[in-house]
Design a protein around this ligand. Structure first.
Ligand code: HEM
Ligand code: HEM
Length: 182
């Protein structure tokens, strides 16, 4: 199948898969690091990984959204029913929104609690939120609830993508695969 004329650009693919891998590591790291009974060094490592990688995901999402505004992806193929195209667009929008809420709420939760974000602190980047227990607690709830929404949309997203790849084999999967080049 020739997907070079209908697929996402090399840049869009690279950003999709780099962010996908990072987020698929961030979610289990986030869940595990708050469990009771972890050894201190492991918990610490997971927290440092989670917070700093989360900031990187945020920066990559800014880049990705900017790139997407300039380079619109091609429309989905006409043979897909309208509801599937609408569902795809809606779920992609939801993923973009959730992937901004997650790092921003994480940042606010950590910084309003006056905890470190090692990478930003090392670069001397100041804190953008006031110290506030109440704010930290609201951000913690937002982070927690949004994590469930993100996992739910991702299950639908990956399920739909794999269904196109394995069962339908209609070229939709190859719009985003392989990850580099096309
Ligand atoms: C690991 C399994 C995954 C597979 C197989 C997969 C596959 C795909 C495919 C085939 C598309 C293109 C859909 C189309 O043609 O319209 C796509 C788009 C997209 N995927 Fe994934 N994906 C995966 C994981 C993820 C993850 C973990 C995220 C979020 C972190 C994500 C976020 C997105 C977004 C936001 C789009 C829309 C891109 C745009 O239009 O700018 N995907 N994915
Ligand atoms: C795409 C980005 C992110 C994803 C997908 C993500 C995901 C998660 C998940 C699934 C959890 C476990 C559920 C919970 O206890 O809330 C969690 C917890 C946590 N995340 Fe994130 N996170 C992201 C970004 C960040 C960032 C940027 C920070 C901070 C700089 C952060 C800080 C935290 C903290 C401190 C917790 C523990 C919450 C608590 O205090 O109980 N996260 N994250």
């Amino acid at each position: 199948m020739n997907h070079s004329s209908t697929g996402y650009s090399g840049t869009a693919r690279a950003l999709h898969w780099i962010i996908a891998v990072l987020v698929l590591l961030m979610i289990p790291a986030g869940i595990v690091m708050v469990q009771q009974g972890l050894s201190r060094p492991l918990q610490n490592t997971l927290f440092v990984f989670h917070k700093n990688t989360g900031v990187i995901v945020f920066l990559l999402m800014v880049l990705r959204l900017t790139y997407r505004q300039i380079n619109r992806p091609p429309d989905l193929p006409d043979h897909l029913p309208g509801w599937q195209r609408r569902a795809a667009n809606l779920s992609h929008r939801a993923l973009y929104v959730l992937l901004f809420i997650m790092p921003i709420s994480g940042y606010v939760r950590v910084k309003a609690g006056r905890f470190p974000i090692e990478g930003l602190d090392a670069l001397g980047i100041g804190t953008f939120v006031p110290a506030s227990k109440a704010l930290a607690s609201v951000a913690q709830t937002v982070h927690f609830v949004t994590a469930f929404a993100l996992v739910a949309v991702l299950l639908l997203h990956v399920g739909a993508a794999l269904q196109h790849a394995v069962l339908r084999r209609d070229g939709v999967f190859s719009r985003m695969w392989p990850p580099f080049g096309h």
